[in-house]
Design a protein around this ligand. Structure first.
Ligand SMILES: Nc1ncnc2c1ncn2[C@@H]1O[C@H](COP(=O)(O)OP(=O)(O)OP(=O)(O)O)[C@@H](O)[C@H]1O
Length: 289
């Protein structure tokens, strides 16, 4: 299929797009339609259409600057914080338009959590890093924490901290030093703590923007195992530069290429073994990018 695109109303290059309808046979967590994103006059994403399934890992890959992080931030409206960013089109989460005027952004970002490239724990104890979100989201007696767990407050907090640290595969390493400052942890441990912190507010989706790119191979491998485990309970969308990582851990892969085009999307094995688009094949075989 040949798709003509325009930049600021001017015809641009003809993009050859091999688009296969990707049926994953389940419910979509996100349905994105005709999404364009601009930073001032520069268009970063072009006419993106994609359905992202529940409880699986979706990898976003592509060369630097193709719009992966921009797309990820559209899924929980983090681009709202960038003054230059403007969005057209629609993003529905569980069939509800997240760009509607009635959307509570704090609640949206509680349901759709985010983990960033650089681990960014608070300069507080390991315990406080986990408990911070639930405390912030409401009174401990009437808020989220009491909905999540039974028992008295202190017991609830202890249980929550343990459950989240176990969920992030960190408990065994830190259970005897919960009151130590989180900044004393290794980079890989800090990143798992950030994942535990994201889990503490009971999210439904975890967005990850290159969560292992600052880590060594052993820490990276722990994050990869964790991502696969998390997808049993959560919907995970992960940006990665590392194609082997995408191939290892994701169920479906979306390939963005220069200019903000989503060029191919499908089952990860199919994308890596039998891509429909020559440009995608060139990219994943290292001919460019
Ligand atoms: N805050 C911003 N203000 C202006 N332009 C931006 C901003 N963030 C991103 N861009 C531009 O949007 C385009 C897409 O950037 P984005 O960071 O989404 O790409 P990416 O694929 O995630 O890149 P990388 O892999 O290098 O992180 C780039 O041209 C970038 O310069």
């Amino acid at each position: 299929m040949s798709v003509e695109t325009t930049v600021n109303g001017e015809p641009e290059e003809q993009i050859e797009t091999e688009w296969t309808e990707y049926g994953f046979g389940g419910d979509a967590a996100f349905s994105v339609r005709d999404l364009d994103v601009y930073y001032d006059d520069d268009r970063a994403l072009r006419s993106i259409d994609i359905d992202i399934p529940e409880e699986s890992v979706t990898a976003l890959i592509g060369p630097s600057g193709c719009g992966k992080s921009t797309f990820l931030r559209c899924l929980n409206r983090m681009n709202d914080r960038i003054r230059a960013a403007r969005i057209e089109g629609s993003v529905a989460f569980r069939d509800r338009d997240i760009y509607g005027t009635d959307v509570d952004l704090v609640e949206l970002r509680r349901r759709i959590g985010m983990v960033f490239q650089q681990p960014n724990p608070f300069p507080k104890s390991i315990r406080d890093n986990i408990a911070y979100g639930p405390r912030k989201h409401g009174d401990i007696n009437t808020g989220l924490l009491s909905r999540l767990l039974g028992g008295d407050d202190r017991e609830r907090e202890e249980e929550l901290v343990e459950r989240c640290l176990r969920g992030a595969a960190l408990w065994e390493e830190v259970s005897d030093r919960l009151d130590d400052n989180a900044l004393g942890l290794s980079g890989g441990q800090q990143q798992r703590l950030c994942i535990a912190r994201a889990l503490a507010v009971d999210p439904e989706v975890i967005l990850m923007d290159e969560p292992a790119s600052a880590l060594d191979p052993i820490a990276t491998s722990k994050i990869e195992d964790l991502v696969e485990d998390l997808a049993e309970e959560y919907t995970v969308v992960i940006v990665t530069h590392n194609m082997q990582q995408a191939a290892r851990i994701s169920d479906q892969t979306a390939v963005f290429l220069t200019g903000g085009h989503l060029v191919e999307y499908g089952d990860t094995d199919q994308i890596f073994e039998n891509p429909q688009s020559q440009r995608v094949e060139d990219y994943i075989t290292g001919k460019f990018g």
